[in-house]
Design a protein around this ligand. Structure first.
Ligand code: FAD
Ligand code: ZN
Length: 463
């Protein structure tokens, strides 16, 4: 290891090869705080240095794990003592903004929030948005094909990326920094890297698609009397307002975040079976506000909601979103907690959650506890489960309860967080053997030595 570290120090400088406590102080898992065990952290300054780092690692057969903002939640950044970390923390520049073309070119280590702010400065918006916005990076967002709360309007990260640059396992730089919306000249190579969790290449730069900034935003929290009212409400919102977010909260979640934990005062009484946070974006504050209020009144008249609170200020808007986005409260209240991120057809959701609650109570009487919420319009639920212990056999028991019913209803074991090391054993529930074989073929072709993010997605069976 020392020989290669000396060679890498020649490339990136001694200050950018971190060892000892500079490594172990970093946590590679947002939920548990698990310490990084890598041999060293290498911090290249740009694509050229990273290319030389990878050429050197390739020659030595040295495995590497890429680190972005370390907010991933499926153990995708976990690193063994004989592996090296490549961290993009020095590659954070916003290189170019083209307002006419609606593009922003950025280095992959830039935090999402900085990109959002840079877009706003030129009266545009970068619409991808998630609770981890302050820490997660554009490279991490691309590697995980992140989703978040605006997918219903703008799509996932995949829809926001026009082009990208990546360094392959042998150090080859593939620069595919396309700036156009349309480009059908052969394979769309960027798609190989989006959602590949650092297993096929290291993303170094990206051309992102910007949208016009919409100055008007309305946000409401509503109480919903039944699941069928919730889906009818979603349908009505999609037709009546410029819907940009529709987040469903099961009562279990709303109660825990408000009266049970005391973290936030409940803006509405806590006796409703469901709640939703509904947000619209538009171009005209007056017209959009009137339209939003009319939509809420119609929903009340039709019995789709029983109560509502409409944010009248930025502080009130934030107070509503905090209830949805403050995951730390859940972690604290449910510790030790298992977190799941499943997708399934919307009509199947109510029965799936109710069935899961029943099976959990059977398998873990007394201790089993479930909290559900998520991006209803995207068919994506986040489910947090606590059985008050985190022994591997308990984790596996809960995983089976969560994942096994999904295959029969055409769901997926991961809607947006990815597979990492955490879900490898269950990948075949969501992918056919032909799909898995093609994935392995891609991995073998681009990374024959298995140097990039070993074990992630495929588990011990990495080609
Ligand atoms: P990291 O955690 O550093 O890495 C994640 C994976 O990507 C690892 O496998 C890593 O090796 C790989 N990787 C990182 N950078 C690169 C690169 N440049 N090239 C190649 N591979 C790379 N996710 C959602 O999708 N939607 C949400 O709503 C959401 N909400 C969240 C809320 C909170 C509070 C938290 C803590 C997390 C949330 N996440 C969400 C998960 C997480 O924020 C995303 O997965 C995010 O995209 C990870 O970015 P990161 O920079 O932190 O990546
Ligand atoms: Zn989410």
């Amino acid at each position: 290891m020392q020989t290669i570290l000396n060679e890498l120090a020649e490339i990136v400088g001694h200050d950018n090869v971190l060892t000892g406590t500079s490594v172990s102080q970093r946590s590679v898992d947002w939920f548990s705080g698990l310490a990084c065990e890598a041999g060293a952290i290498i911090r290249p300054a740009d694509t050229e240095e990273l290319s030389r780092v990878m050429a050197c690692c390739h020659a030595a057969g040295q495995a590497v794990v890429t680190h972005g903002g370390l907010t991933g939640v499926v153990h995708g950044a976990v690193t063994a003592p004989d592996e090296l970390v490549v961290s993009l923390e020095r590659m954070t520049a916003i290189e170019d903004i083209d307002v006419v073309g609606g593009t922003l070119t950025v280095q992959a280590g830039a935090p999402l929030q900085r990109v959002q702010e840079a877009a706003e400065e030129v009266d545009m918006q970068f619409p991808l948005d998630l609770g981890a916005r302050g820490s997660c990076t554009i490279g991490g967002n691309i590697a995980t094909n992140a989703g978040g709360v605006r997918v219903i309007r703008y799509g996932m990260m995949r829809q926001q990326v026009l082009g990208l640059e990546a360094v392959l396992a042998d150090g080859t730089v593939v620069s595919s920094l396309n700036q156009m919306l349309k480009n059908n000249a052969g394979y769309d190579l960027k798609q190989l890297f989006i959602g590949s969790e650092g297993t096929l290449g290291i993303v170094t730069r990206a051309v992102l698609r910007l949208q016009p900034r919409l100055p008007s935003e309305q946000t409401a929290l509503v109480a919903v009397p039944s699941f069928s009212a919730l889906t009818t409400l979603l349908n009505l919102a999609a037709r009546r307002i410029g819907l940009s977010a529709f987040e469903a909260l099961w009562q279990s979640h709303y109660r825990l975040m408000t009266e049970e934990s005391g973290a936030y005062p409940p803006p509405l009484a806590t006796d409703s079976p469901f709640y939703a946070i509904i947000e619209s974006q538009g171009a005209d504050v007056e017209i959009d506000t009137e339209r939003f209020q009319a939509f809420l009144e119609q929903a009340l008249d039709q019995g789709l909601i029983t109560d509502a609170v409409l944010a009248g200020s930025e502080a009130q808007r934030q107070a509503i979103w905090d209830i949805r986005e403050d995951i730390e409260v859940l972690v604290k209240q449910l510790a030790p907690m298992f977190s799941y991120d499943v997708s399934l057809p919307i009509p199947a959701m109510e029965d799936y959650v109710a069935g899961l609650e029943r099976r959990l109570a059977d398998a873990f009487p007394e201790q089993g506890r479930l909290v559900a919420f998520g991006h209803l319009g995207d068919g994506n639920l986040h489910i947090m489960i606590s059985v008050r212990d985190d022994r591997p056999e308990s984790r596996r028991g809960v995983e089976r309860l969560v994942y096994e019913p999904l295959a029969a209803i055409g769901g997926s074991i991961s809607a947006e967080h990815g597979i990492g090391l955490e879900k490898c054993d269950y990948l075949s529930l969501s992918r056919s053997s032909a799909e898995l074989e093609l994935m392995r073929l891609l991995k073998r072709t681009l990374d024959p030595g298995g140097l990039l993010n070993p074990g992630k997605i495929f588990g011990a069976s990495t080609p």
